[in-house]
Design a protein around this ligand. Sequence first.
Ligand SMILES: C[S@@+](CC[C@H](N)C(=O)[O-])C[C@H]1O[C@@H](n2cnc3c(N)ncnc32)[C@H](O)[C@@H]1O
Length: 366
Amino acid sequence: MSNKEAVAMTESYPMKGGDGTYSYTKNSTYQQESANYAQEMIDEAIAKKLDIKSLISNSSTLCIADLGCSVGPNTFIAMQNVLEAMEKKCLSQSNASKAPKFQVFFNDHAANDFNALFASLPHDRQYFAAGVPGSFHGRLFPESSLHFVYSSTALQWLSKLPEELLDKNSRAWNKGRIYYTSASEEVANAYAAQFTKDMKNFLNARAKEIVAGGMMVVLMPGLSDDIHYSQRSAGLLIDFIGSTLMDMVNEGLVSEAQVDSFNIPVYCPSPKEIARLVEENGCFSIERMQMMDSRSKRNAPLVDAHTFIMHLRAAMEGVFTKHFGSEIVGEMFDRVSQKSAEVSCLLDKGYNERERNQVFFVLKHK
Ligand SMILES: C[S@@+](CC[C@H](N)C(=O)[O-])C[C@H]1O[C@@H](n2cnc3c(N)ncnc32)[C@H](O)[C@@H]1O
């Protein structure tokens, strides 16, 4: 790794660890549903597009990485599925005596609850497991050392907030709001520009780490090309939390400056934006790119407000608490939960997005 590629310094806001009421472990079934839904497409990508025979001709151990793995159980289910699909492909392409070994790298920020993750590693796993702490916006692995990279619901986290959001002299100053869904185009553009920088760094790092012919599969919250950012339902919920904070400002519980200086560092790109960045990078071919439904069954009930709030809390409590402290954040989420009927109406407003709010893409290293 050269000096220029040194470890990326990224803000980290790990998911709620442990296994309590508000933990990620207990509140990540939507992410699990998305991953389940994507599994068929991942199996298909491995079956049709991954040339395992040529990968194992150069290495007897196939290396898989989950970038932004959090604390489980989703990562274990996903890694097991990927491994089984690769084994199946191996059997169909070569004979069983040549079955490779698998090494799985679990990556997340160093502040992630790796203890919880390691303590719950499946006992019957058929792979060597290792934790890799650090930001995926920079280099994490040696050159040409990975054969398959998976990342689910993680790349939406920005490495940092665009500075203009806090600059009173900028048109992108996000006064009185904590997100871009209800904000001006300037604010949304500042978020998009930061995502562009982060995604470029991510692709550059992976281009070095993944072997030729290796594959990367990403699943993340996204926005259909034809839908305006102001309609995204998860964004509307974050705005609702912002307005709850403003109520608390009016009651003197939080200062206005505290709200003005806070924004959620998450961006949900469209397939078009991602495709442009992959093409600019030039090292990967796009094998598949589409918006998908986050519900595993098309006729499954739409997300209910209470569960949605609990999921958002498990994923975002850390980022709020770092800025406002746990007492304010506890009160804020209690107030939001008490207004779940209002949240439900808001979610209905973003109806289309509730059906197709994830972007799924498969890249192959040229
Ligand atoms: C919503 S969780 C998803 C966890 C898991 N992949 C799943 O699908 O359930 C997002 C995870 O991405 C991690 N993350 C965010 N930005 C990251 C970065 N730059 N480098 C490594 N991990 C990151 C967070 O710490 C968090 O654990």
